[in-house]
Design a protein around this ligand. Structure first.
Ligand code: ADP
Ligand code: MG
Length: 208
């Protein structure tokens, strides 16, 4: 896989939608512990709309897939995570060069994470989706530097995101609804970090 075409990006969101549907209850239970118990249902609804829109108005470029998905997530996901995920994909769509190489993907993804942090003001360690997406972005940058192929690079990014999500368990939340709990947020995995790990797992599957 030298470059990533429109079909690759569609497959990414279809697989993300499938994984979030599969793990909807787990994500909602994580949010029940430190939030308001809507993350799984929110994101499932949003990604169902994303795949529906991609089927109804077939995109003709990777940029269109990302901008459509970003706009739908902003519009259809109630709660903080919709605009936050939306900002990642919309910024990625703006930063992406075609044809999409691994280096181009990694650079655009990093811009997406920067936009997310600009919007949500969360730093690494604040117990948010940033704690999964930042290590994933770093893993992609390292893979590009080391000349690793796309498939292996996305697997490494997925692993880094999953580890980052698990690493939120001992942290105290400093952003979002969970931060209202103070020390009581310690001991639970952040739901947004968990769903971000699913997005990265979906990327690895789309590349496989
Ligand atoms: P809400 O908190 O409005 O109910 P969701 O339940 O859909 O929204 O999403 C919660 C997730 O959003 C959190 O687990 C966290 O990962 C993420 N999140 C919340 N606020 C921020 C923020 N300021 N920056 C980054 N991520 C955030
Ligand atoms: Mg919630």
């Amino acid at each position: 896989m030298d470059t990533m075409d429109t079909g690759f990006f569609v497959a990414w969101f279809e697989e993300a939608a499938r994984l979030v549907r599969r793990d909807r209850d787990r994500l909602t239970e994580l949010d029940a512990a430190i939030g308001d118990a809507d993350h799984g249902t929110n994101l499932d609804r949003g990604l169902t709309e994303v795949t529906k829109a991609l089927a109804e108005w077939p995109p003709s470029s990777p940029v269109q897939v990302l901008s459509s998905a970003g706009a739908t997530l902003i519009r259809r996901v109630g709660g903080a995570s919709g605009p936050l995920y939306g900002s990642v994909f919309r910024q990625m769509s703006k930063a992406l060069d075609t044809p999409v190489t691994l280096a181009g993907f990694a650079a655009a993804f990093d811009q997406g994470v920067v936009a997310l942090q600009r919007l949500g003001k969360a730093a690494l360690g604040d117990k948010t989706m940033v704690d999964a997406l930042t290590p994933a972005s770093r893993a992609l940058a390292l893979a590009v530097r080391d000349g690793v192929g796309a498939r292996e690079a996305f697997e490494q990014a997925a692993r880094a995101a999953a580890e980052g999500a698990k690493a939120t368990i001992p942290l105290q939340a400093r952003k979002g609804r969970a931060s209202y709990l103070g020390e009581r947020s310690v001991g639970h995995e952040d739901p947004g970090a968990a769903s971000a790990a699913l997005f990265m797992a979906a990327l690895a599957t789309a590349a496989a």
